[in-house]
Ligand binder design. Sequence first.
Ligand code: SAM
Length: 248
Amino acid sequence: KGCLYIVAMPIGNRDDITERAKQVLSAVELIAVEDTRHSRPLLQALGINTPLLALHEHNELKLVNRLVEQLSAGGTIALISDAGTPLISDPGFPLVRACQQAGVRVVPVPGASALICALSAAGLPTDRFLFEGFPARTSSARCDQFTRLKDAGMTLVFYESSHRIVHSLTDMAAIFGVERPAVMARELTKLHETIVSSTLGELVTLVSGDPNQQKGEFVILVAGAVQDTQTLDPEALRILAILAEALP
Ligand code: SAM
């Protein structure tokens, strides 16, 4: 039987491609890419001349059956995104699900993802985190989304683009509070890589006041809510008091 490889690509610095990614991309019959114009130059620079097929959110559902047939007949296909790991805020989920359902082997070839890259350097707790992908597009939907996350006690991770970064940060500050610690990770692994650890209020001031800070790609990490004792229910407080007394 065939095999679908899910291959992570760099998120900026081309040297972050793995040896295994290069081997797999050279060996497969076909590489499904989001945008051939984006991926062809990078693959050519790596000396990879495997045929490409465009698979993006608009034609993904139509192509899935054809690709699963090719794989079931013994084909080998790699799926890549423009940057980072496929399926992480990128196409591929319907194809991978269909392969799993059809009994086609799916092999991950891991590498960069902006999410993990940002978390690893942000200095916020990483033991638990909630990845939200891109915030909603309209301010009212975003504020509803943030309101649902306001009391979550784990690090919140968002993707954002240059078009909406100021609007999203402004809504985050309004809902989570200007004092909430947050980290902006911009242009990771690229020339203008910037990681700012601050508060949401200060990030709004920094980014809205400097057009250069609005350029590029962003991961925004927001510290989880701290449970203050005022909001604990009285029964929990009563039990805490009893436990505190028993402590040495
Ligand atoms: N699949 C990708 C991954 O694994 O990270 C994410 C693709 S998503 C369509 C693109 C978003 O990822 C950008 O808008 C930005 O939020 C984030 N991103 C990608 N590359 C980045 C980088 N070098 N620095 C900061 N954020 C990045």
